[in-house]
Every structure is written in structure tokens, then in C-alpha cells.
Design a binder for this molecule. Structure first.
Ligand code: F6P
Length: 352
């Protein structure tokens, strides 16, 4: 059996742990030949692959990023390198030429959507859900999320010391795209006084009134805002567009905007920290290493059983698999009645 592995979309802690688990499980359980596809789907389009053996993956569990490299713009159905041409037939032909019996595609919703289309055209694919945003449909967790939350939590702990010492309003802006999972979980873990997420548009006047009240006691306010958060009736703040990407809009800057809007209304100084790609970097947490390993092993089992067009997923405590067709093109947002929102409100955390 010959199996290809690729990592697509943004990098994420735990990618190497999945590559390791898939490779070792397939080699140890059935003597498979494993090939790493470099830089996501670009490796299949531009014919960049390399063999993966046990020695290549044995020491990579704790390494951040991806040893295979990745690409966030390469969609074989709209190839950026050839003016948006559909090169899917050539991509599939190369996979056949390599003699791939299966492809394990590790990525977020963009990668799963491409994997699903290739799978409909006959490529035997198993998907593995990756994203720090935790917004992939039908899985309770994607690996990488826990690591990002840990970084944001530590950042909030650090920002809180300046908030307290200077009596300031400190704003931390997280990633997360259109979902508030990172800001919500990290905001709770990092004792934020205010958590602003895209799913609950905020009222600037109510937020300013809260910060004003807190100026006298306790003297400071710690705000955790998701990049996709916006004022009621306001627009998303876009930092740039990435031409040719399956998801061209990049959010960012809402924290700085909020600081600008709040400052004239308050006596306290307001500062904003954009956490950015720090959230995606570095080593995976122990939780993400275990989840990535479970996902990788489960993907190898689906490959061995010939169960294709599926994505492995965590539902409750169980690793299951779901149809790629049910995942592609959908996102998992924070539901308005989520238990963490109820707990946050009850604890007096301002949610907008
Ligand atoms: O989807 C992961 C993510 O890190 C988002 O949270 C963020 O909006 C985006 O990717 C950033 O993308 P890029 O690395 O292209 O700036």
C-alpha cells in the first residue's frame, strides 16, 4: 500500500504529531510505503514529494509547524500559478502516476473542501481536522486549538499585570476568523473581564460605561476580543485579502479600532496587543499531541479499511469519522446558548 500525506492551509501546532502517527501506524501495522506531499496541494500540482520513513518522523512529535511545509493558496481547481486554471485532472493524474492508494489530507475547511472535490473525482482521501480556530464542522475539537488557547491565556495573565499596575484598559486581540472559540475559552482561562466574540455583536456605549465604572474600582479592565468580533450594526475589520486563496479575507485590527473608540470616552489609558501568529507558533500542548496522535492513528485505520471520503473527528470522548461532504463549506460557530457563555455571564464577565 502506498499512502500520501499532505498538510494544507495555515500551519498549526500538532501537524507533525499527525504526520508521525499516520506514518508510524501505516508502516508498523501493514508495511505501507508513505510519501510526504510538500506544501499542501502544491506538491501534487508541482510534483514535489519525498519519502517518509520511521526515521523521518520519529523525533517530530513536539515540533510546531509542519515538516512537509504548507500552502494557503493552492487550490487545484483554481490554481494561482496558472491564472486560476482548473488543474485538477493533472493533479489526479500525478497521484495515479505516484501509485497512491490513498491520500491523508490534514487541514482546515479549505483543505477539506478541496479534498472532498478530489474525492468525488476518484482520489481516495481521508481528512484530519486542523485549525487553531476550532471552527471545523462536526468535530468538537480540532488539534491546535488547545495550544492557541494556552498561548492566549498566558498572554492575558501577562497583560493583566500591566492592567493592574497602571490602572489601564488592556485589550488582547485573538485569531479565530468568524468563530469566537479562542477568545471565549482563553478569555475564561485568562480571567478576562470582557470577552467579545463574533457571535455576540457588542454595544460600544455599554462597554465604555463598564470600563468607566471600573476606573474607580477595581481600576482596570482586561478585554479579550476575537478578530471577527464587531459592534452591533458594525462591519468586520479586514486586515488584507490574499488573492487566490480559497478563503481570501484576513481579519485583524478590531482590537486597535476598539482602543481608538474607547480612549476618548475614558480617563484610563487604553492599550491593545495584537497576538497574531504567536498563537499558531511553537510546540503543541500535551492535549494537542494526544489528540493529533489519536486522529493520525484513526486516519491510518480508515486508510487500511478503505473508508474514503471521510474526515476523522472528535465527538464527545469518541474519535469517529464523518463524510467530507458534510464538512465542506460549513463552519462551527459558538452557539448563543453555549454553557461557557452562560457561566461567563453568571460570573459577571461582559459579553457585549
Ligand atoms: O485559520 C487559522 C488562522 O490563523 C486564522 O485564525 C487567521 O485569521 C488566519 O489563519 C491568518 O492567516 P494568515 O496566516 O494567512 O495570515
Amino acid at each position: 500500500m502506498h499512502v500520501g500525506i499532505l498538510t494544507g492551509g495555515g500551519d498549526c501546532p500538532g501537524l507533525n504529531a499527525v504526520i508521525r502517527a499516520v506514518t508510524l501506524a501505516l508502516i508498523n501495522e501493514c508495511g505501507a510505503r508513505v510519501t510526504g506531499i510538500e506544501r499542501g496541494f502544491l506538491g501534487l500540482v508541482a510534483r514535489q514529494v519525498r519519502p517518509l520513513d520511521s526515521a523521518a518522523v520519529i523525533d517530530i512529535l513536539a515540533q510546531g509547524g509542519t515538516i512537509l511545509g504548507t500552502h494557503n493558496r493552492c487550490d487545484p481547481f483554481h490554481y494561482f500559478g496558472e491564472g486560476g486554471a482548473d488543474v485538477s485532472a493533472r493533479t489526479l493524474a500525478y497521484a495515479r502516476e505516484l501509485g497512491l492508494d490513498a491520500l491523508v489530507a490534514i487541514g482546515g475547511d479549505g483543505t477539506m473542501a478541496i479534498a472532498e472535490r478530489l474525492s468525488r473525482l476518484g482520489l481516495p482521501v481521508v481528512g484530519v481536522p486542523k485549525t487553531i480556530d476550532n471552527d471545523l464542522y462536526l468535530t468538537d475539537r480540532s488539534f491546535g486549538f488547545d495550544s492557541a488557547v494556552a498561548v492566549v491565556c498566558e498572554s492575558l495573565d501577562r497583560l493583566a499585570t500591566t492592567a493592574r499596575s497602571h490602572g489601564r484598559v488592556m485589550i488582547a486581540e485573538t485569531m479565530g476568523r468568524y468563530a469566537g472559540w479562542i477568545a471565549l475559552e482563553a478569555g475564561i482561562a485568562g480571567a478576562a473581564d470582557v470577552i467579545l466574540i463574533p457571535e455576540l455583536p457588542y454595544r460600544l456605549d455599554a462597554l465604555a460605561a463598564l470600563c468607566l465604572r471600573r476606573q474607580s474600582s477595581p481600576g482596570h479592565t482586561l478585554i479579550c476580543i476575537a478578530e471577527g468580533a464587531h459592534a452591533a450594526g458594525g462591519d468586520l475589520v479586514v486586515s488584507r485579502t490574499v488573492a487566490g486563496s480559497p478563503d481570501p479575507i484576513r481579519l485583524g485590527g478590531v482590537g486597535a479600532l476598539l482602543a481608538q473608540q474607547l480612549q476618548p470616552l475614558l480617563d484610563s489609558e487604553v492599550r491593545c496587543t495584537l497576538l497574531g501568529h504567536v498563537q499558531r507558533g511553537g510546540q503543541p500542548t500535551a492535549f494537542d499531541r494526544v489528540l493529533a496522535t489519536q486522529f493520525g492513528w484513526a486516519a491510518a485505520q480508515r486508510v487500511k479499511a478503505g473508508q474514503f471520503g471521510r474526515m476523522v473527528a472528535l465527538q464527545g470522548a469518541d474519535i469517529v469519522d464523518v463524510a467530507l461532504a458534510d464538512v465542506a463549506g460549513r463552519n462551527r460557530l459558538v452557539p448563543p446558548d453555549h454553557a461557557l457563555l452562560q457561566a461567563a455571564r453568571s460570573l459577571g464577565i461582559f459579553l457585549g
